[in-house]
Design a protein around this ligand. Structure first.
Ligand SMILES: Cc1cc2nc3c(=O)[nH]c(=O)nc-3n(C[C@H](O)[C@H](O)[C@H](O)COP(=O)(O)OP(=O)(O)OC[C@H]3O[C@@H](n4cnc5c(N)ncnc54)[C@H](O)[C@@H]3O)c2cc1C
Length: 417
C-alpha cells in the first residue's frame, strides 16, 4: 500500500475502508539471521536499513510492549544537528540529512517541520561559546546564524527579553532544526521494515541472551527461545538490564526525564526555543499545544513517570523566560527513562561477545539520532565494521579515557549531561 494525496482524498470520500494494516503480526520463527532487541525508533530504523541497504531480511525486531511505546513516543520531538565536537558533529549532520529525505524514503508523513531552533544565551561568555559552536556547525557543512539581541527580539517577541536576572544577550539560530511527529517516525520505519520482510514481534520480552564459547547463539523470550547468528541490543533506558543478561556491566545510568503539554492554543511559537540558564525548552505542536520540558529528575529510576519538584522547577523556568505561558493551562505531563552515558555521547559498537552488538547512551537526545543511528548500527551489524560518521561511538572510551565526547563539558557525571 502506497500513500499519496490522491489516495487520501479517495479514502476520505469512500469512508476510509481501503486502508490495510501498516505491518503484519507474525509469530516468532525458531531462528533468524539477526535479532534486534527493542522496537523503539533506533531498533526499527536499524531493521529498516538492514533490509534496505544490506538486503538482510531474515531479521526480527523483538519488542516487550508495543511498537513506539517507549521513548520514541514520549519525547519532545526536537530534531537538530547543532553539536560542536568531532564525532558528534559528523554523526548528527548525517542524521539530519537522512531526516530531510525520510518522508520520501519511507513514503510516510512524519510531519518533519524545519521551523528552526534558537538557543538563547544570557552572558558574554555564553555568546563566545555559542559562536564557537556555530563555527563548528558551519565547518561541518550545517547551518548556524549568531543572532544579537534585536535579532532575537524580532523572531521571538513574546519572551521576557529584559529579565532582571537573565536578560537575553542573543541566540544561536539553526534554521534546519525543527520537530517531527514522534510516533509517526516509529510507524514509518516499522512499515518500511515490514514491507521488506522483517518480522516485527510485539509483546515479546527478551529475558535472556544465549552465549556459547564466547559467541551469541540466540535469545530467551517471553514467547520462547529464538536462535540468532547476530543480536543487537537497542533498548534505550533498559540497556543496563538487557546487557546484564550477557554478563556485561555498562557505563550507563537510567534517569527519568519529564515533558509537558498545554491545552491547544492558536499559533504563538514558530520555532523551537531553548533557555540555557533555566534548562527549559519549548515548541508548539501542530495541534496547538505548547510542548516543553527541562532537566532530568536527577535520580536513577526505571519508572517512566516524574515528580512534582521537577514540575515546579520547569514551570518556574517557563515563567521566567516567557511570562505569557502563565495564562495557558497544563494538559498533561509524562516521563521516559533515559540511558545516560558518562560523557553524554552515545555508544554504537561491537561487544566482547562475538555477534553481539550494542546501541545505547543516547541520553535525552536520541530522537534526532533515529535515522543516523539506525543507518550506522545496521552498517556495523551487516559488515562488522564501523560506519564512518559513527566511528567514534566506541564503548572502550570509558575504559581507556581516549575519545571521550563531553559536549557539555560537565565531567563524568551521568545526570549532568
Ligand atoms: C520527555 C522526553 C523528551 C525527549 N525529548 C527529545 C527531543 O526533543 N529530541 C531528541 O532528540 N530526543 C529526545 N528524547 C530522547 C529520545 O526520545 C530517546 O533518546 C530515544 O527515543 C531512545 O531511543 P529509542 O527510540 O530506540 O527508545 P525506545 O522507544 O525507548 O525503545 C526501546 C525499546 O526497547 C524495548 N525493550 C526494553 N527492554 C526490552 C526487552 N527486555 N525485550 C524487548 N524489548 C525491550 C522497550 O519497550 C522500548 O520500546 C526525549 C526523551 C524523553 C523521555
Amino acid at each position: 500500500m502506497r500513500f499519496s494525496g490522491l489516495r487520501v482524498l479517495k479514502e476520505g470520500l469512500t469512508g476510509n475502508k481501503g486502508w490495510s494494516p501498516h505491518w503484519r503480526d507474525p509469530a516468532p520463527k525458531a531462528e533468524y539471521d539477526i535479532v534486534i532487541i527493542g522496537g523503539g525508533g533506533h531498533g526499527l530504523a536499524t531493521a529498516f536499513y538492514l533490509a534496505k541497504e544490506h538486503g538482510l531480511t531474515n531479521v526480527a525486531v523483538l519488542e516487550k510492549g508495543y511498537l513506539g511505546g517507549g521513548n520514541v513516543g514520549r519525547n519532545t520531538t526536537i530534531v537538530r544537528a547543532n553539536y560542536g565536537l568531532p564525532g558528534n558533529s559528523e554523526f548528527y549532520s548525517h542524521s539530519l540529512k537522512l531526516w530531510e529525505g525520510m518522508e520520501d524514503e519511507l513514503n510516510y508523513n512524519v510531519m518533519h517541520s524545519q521551523r528552526g531552533i534558537i538557543n538563547l544565551f544570557h552572558s558574554d561568555g555564553a555568546r563566545d561559546a555559542a559562536a564557537r559552536r556555530g563555527n563548528a556547525m558551519v565547518n561541518q557543512g550545517d547551518d548556524a546564524i549568531l543572532l544579537d539581541r534585536d535579532g532575537v527580539r524580532k523572531l521571538l517577541p513574546y519572551l521576557d527579553h529584559d529579565n532582571i536576572r537573565f536578560p537575553i544577550y542573543g541566540g544561536l539560530y539553526h534554521p534546519r532544526g525543527g520537530t517531527a511527529r514522534h510516533d509517526a517516525v516509529a510507524w514509518g520505519y516499522a512499515r518500511g521494515a515490514d514491507q521488506r520482510g522483517v518480522d516485527l514481534i510485539q509483546n515479546c520480552e527478551v529475558t535472556g541472551i544465549d552465549i556459547e564459547g564466547g559467541r551469541v547463539t540466540g535469545v530467551q523470550t517471553s514467547r520462547g527461545a529464538i536462535r540468532a547468528k547476530k543480536v543487537g541490543i537497542v533498548v534505550a533506558g533498559r540497556s543496563g538490564l538487557v546487557a546484564g543478561m550477557a554478563g556485561m556491566r555498562l557505563p550507563i545510568e537510567s534517569h527519568v526525564l519529564q515533558a509537558f503539554v498545554t491545552e491547544g492554543l492558536k499559533p504563538v511559537i514558530d520555532h523551537v526555543v531553548t533557555f540555557g540558564m533555566g534548562h527549559f525548552y519549548i515548541s508548539q505542536s501542530d495541534k496547538g499545544g505548547l510542548v516543553f520540558g527541562g532537566d532530568l529528575d536527577f535520580y536513577a529510576s526505571y519508572a517512566a513517570r516524574g515528580n512534582l519538584p521537577m514540575q515546579e522547577h520547569v514551570m518556574e523556568a517557563a515563567m521566567t523566560l516567557m511570562p505569557i505561558i502563565g495564562k495557558a493551562r497544563l494538559l498533561r505531563s509524562w516521563g521516559g527513562i533515559m540511558d545516560m552515558s558518562p560523557d553524554g555521547s552515545p555508544i554504537i559498537d561491537k561487544t566482547g561477545i562475538e555477534g553481539l552488538y550494542l546501541n545505547c547512551g543516547w541520553c535525552y537526545g536520541g530522537f534526532k539520532a533515529v535515522p543516523g543511528s539506525g543507518f550506522s548500527f545496521a552498517h556495523l551489524i551487516a559488515q562488522d565494521r564501523h560506519h564512518a560518521p559513527a566511528a567514534r561511538f566506541r564503548l572502550d572510551r570509558f575504559e581507556t579515557g581516549r575519545g571521550l565526547m563531553d559536549e557539555e563539558g560537565t565531567g563524568a557525571q551521568h545526570n549532568l549531561h
